[in-house]
Design a protein around this ligand. Structure first.
Ligand SMILES: [Zn+2]
Length: 198
């Protein structure tokens, strides 16, 4: 089953998230998340009371869940709106360094000068291969840039830690201004987001 997510993280990729217990309490206090989802080995949280105020949905999709009945037959539960089923998971990098949040979604990266590298992933490769410090040089303007200094149009992100909201397709929803303000306070700086589809 594919996993479609909206990922939220500090705009500065070196900024770590608050410890999981602190962050969980704060996300619950603002109403983004609710209780822990029981049917999962991963620690995930169901939507909170203000989830749909904090995440601005431009559209949603229907989710059809397949279940086993008591006789072991596969049955189909009635379709429901995807917004009810979003689950939030926190990710902390074990090596405490910026990582790349990327999936099969491809968008052209764009240099601040407007140039689009023909092979966007080369920008990430140059950075990663030089022990996550390599800069890509723009052939158009000559700037040397780290990957997060380009505009990836939310198809890639760079973060030490991130919050993943599973169940959101690319462009379906964006963080509201209110959520960005709350997260900005928690992160101590700006907020960025990226979609993944794995
Ligand atoms: Zn450039």
């Amino acid at each position: 089953m594919s996993r479609k997510s909206l990922n939220l993280f500090p705009a500065d990729p070196h900024v770590a998230l608050p410890p999981a217990d602190v962050l969980t309490d704060r996300l619950r206090a603002i109403g983004l998340i609710g209780e822990r989802f029981p049917d999962s080995l991963d620690v995930r949280y169901v939507v909170g009371l203000r989830f749909e105020e904090l995440i601005t949905f431009h559209s949603s999709h229907r989710v059809i869940k397949l279940l086993n009945d008591e006789a072991g037959n596969m049955i189909q539960a009635p379709p429901r709106d995807s917004r009810e089923f979003c689950l939030t998971e926190l990710h902390y990098a074990t090596d405490r360094r910026p990582n790349v949040i990327v999936s099969c979604i491809t968008e052209d990266a764009r240099c601040p000068c407007g140039f689009t590298p023909p092979e966007s992933l080369d920008v990430i490769g140059a950075w990663w291969d030089a022990d996550r410090a390599g800069k890509w040089t723009c052939p158009a303007c000559g700037r040397s840039l780290l990957p997060w200094e380009l505009d990836w149009n939310h198809a890639a992100g760079f973060a030490t830690d991130h919050i993943e909201i599973v169940g959101i397709k690319p462009r379906e929803a964006t963080p509201s201004e209110a959520l960005s303000a709350e997260l900005g306070e928690m992160f101590g700086g700006g907020v960025a987001y990226a979609y993944t589809w794995i």
